[in-house]
Design a protein around this ligand. Structure first.
Ligand code: LLP
Length: 415
């Protein structure tokens, strides 16, 4: 459910016309609906209401400060993967005791920053990292709460680039290594083993991989408990998918029921790290048609947004619904929607049935709220797009469009 709807053949975000926003802020433009974000967060969080739990929004999905701030006010914790995300979360007023830190390559500096902040837990991905956290914590008079990230070797049936819980992936430790790591964690100074962590992948459209992972985790937890280490926190990561095209992912309610059935009464506090399911369908990317072009074999619609603005179609061959901002009921034909970047891989859609749009028309690229702006770049020296947040009748610019000066400012050094 989202708040991007047509009224009299005009696309609205909540009560604001997209045309109006474009007149003020230009294109390409990311537009988010606050009500949609809030609705998604509440739907997700309340699905786990029967369990002691903490929903840690995955900052990487959409990390604008304004968005982090209002999610924090709704009670969200944050899942971070870098010092930069820690900085954002703290600046957004998130309580450190609601922050969990994942990622395979945490540096000494990042570890120290997280210890100084007093985060809830490090999700540790290797033996080397465990030793390093212990060393840094010990040297600086801190104690680190840790969870070991288990790689349960479960196939999430998603794009290979976003599968993380298979044994060939770089993430986590297999069951045997994890056991050894927990035993080591019990001996190491300045370490409190507090949780078991797992994130098997992103854009999952069925619950069975989650069920399989939780079964493995529960068995593993029993094994640890028999060895004298009883763990109360289970972090299941993120991963619940959204409908981009014809997918029919389970509703958070079903996910909540599955986990409630599997975990209640076990004295477990559940941590969840949803990103896409909160942000994905809460944002669109609006772009203006520049040219249309016919070749011997193809028809192209050339727009002013490109792979630097939204890389998902190029990187994961992902589908994003694209529609006119002001539909006029024209006949459809097959086109490629492409950007101005000098690569054939720069496309937003390929072989897509679309109305015969014309230059200066606006198109909306849907489901762009997660991994859209956060994965954008300045490739081809294209300033990054602006971001606008709509709330009811009002719109707020939450990130100004970058300028040419922004492109070169960090290079203005005297050597
Ligand atoms: N927790 C961890 C440890 C993660 O690595 C991720 C995502 C999440 C939580 C959030 O997962 P979600 O609920 O959003 O599925 N750029 C890709 C997605 C990469 C996901 C990386 N990790 C895309 O555009 O599809």
């Amino acid at each position: 459910m989202h708040h991007f709807t047509y009224r009299d053949n005009e696309l609205f975000v909540e009560n604001v016309a997209v045309q109006e926003l474009v007149a003020t802020y230009g294109t390409p433009l990311y537009i988010y609906s606050k009500a949609t974000f809030q609705r998604h967060f509440t739907a997700f969080d309340s699905a786990f209401g029967a369990l002691p739990h903490l929903t840690c929004y995955s900052v990487k999905a959409c990390s604008n400060m304004h968005i982090l701030r209002f999610l924090g006010k709704m009670g969200a914790g944050m899942d971070i993967v870098s010092g930069g995300e820690l900085f954002r979360a703290l600046r957004a007023g998130i309580q450190p005791a609601k922050i969990v830190y994942s990622g395979v390559g945490k540096t000494r500096t990042e570890i120290l920053q997280a210890l100084e902040a007093g985060i809830l837990m490090f999700n540790v991905e290797s033996m080397g990292e465990l030793e390093k956290i212990s060393e840094v914590a010990n040297q600086t008079g801190h104690t680190a709460n840790v969870a070991l990230r288990i790689n349960p070797d479960v196939d999430p049936h998603t794009h290979p680039y976003i599968s993380t819980g298979l044994k060939e992936n770089k993430f986590g430790l297999d069951m045997e290594q994890s056991y050894a790591a927990y035993m080591r964690a019990m001996e190491l100074p300045a370490i409190t083993p507090m949780g078991i962590d797992c994130h098997i992948g992103s854009q999952l459209t069925s619950l069975s991989p989650f069920r399989e992972a939780v079964e493995k985790i529960l068995l593993f937890r029993e094994k640890l408990c028999s060895a004298g280490l009883c763990i109360d926190y289970i972090d299941l990561g993120g991963g619940l998918g959204i409908p981009y095209d014809t997918e029919e992912p389970p509703h958070p309610q079903e996910f909540g029921k599955l986990l409630t059935d599997m975990l209640s009464g076990l004295g477990i506090t559940l941590i969840l790290e949803p990103g896409r399911v909160i942000a994905g369908n809460a944002g669109i990317l609006v772009t203006k048609v520049q040219y249309t072009k016919k070749t011997a074999t193809k028809e192209f619609v050339i727009v002013d947004a490109a792979m630097n603005d939204l890389i998902r179609p190029s990187l994961y061959q992902s589908h994003h619904h694209i529609a006119e901002v002001s539909p006029r009921g024209r006949a459809k034909h097959t086109v490629d929607v492409v950007g101005p970047i000098c690569e054939s891989g720069d496309f937003l859609a390929r072989d897509r049935l679309m109305p015969a749009v014309e230059p200066r028309e606006l198109l909306a690229v849907f489901s762009a709220g997660a991994y859209g702006f956060t994965m954008s770049s300045q490739y081809n020296s294209r300033p990054r797009a602006a971001e606008v947040l709509v709330r009811g009748d009002t719109a707020h610019l939450i990130r100004r469009r970058e300028t040419y000066e922004d492109l070169i400012a960090p290079e203005e050094t005297r050597s």
